[in-house]
Design a protein around this ligand. Sequence first.
Ligand SMILES: [Zn+2]
Length: 117
Amino acid sequence: MIIGKCPYCDGNVISQKINVQGQNVIVYACEHARKEYDLTESYVFSAESTCRFRIYSNALKRWNKRSIGHYEIKSLLEEGQIKVRLHGRKGTREYFKYAITDEEYGISILWDEEVSL
Ligand SMILES: [Zn+2]
């Protein structure tokens, strides 16, 4: 499924279900940012890849956001940033932060910016 245009090149961003260590994860990746296993079994960008845009749906799991949905990626591609709902540890309140695309990590959170609700 095509989600939108890649922020780094003219490619389409496509969503794909994959299985990582027994977990179903969705990867949102530019069609020019393909990964494959190399001879040492490392999962790396293929030689033909000219782009690095890849976001995994569980990229914000550390902050207790279980999954990043299609519509969130769509607005991230259209607007350059999105508001994400994060949670503290069990029993603490949810909070909102802005997230932007990041060439190295796919997505990163703007910790210093306050979100007005
Ligand atoms: Zn791209």
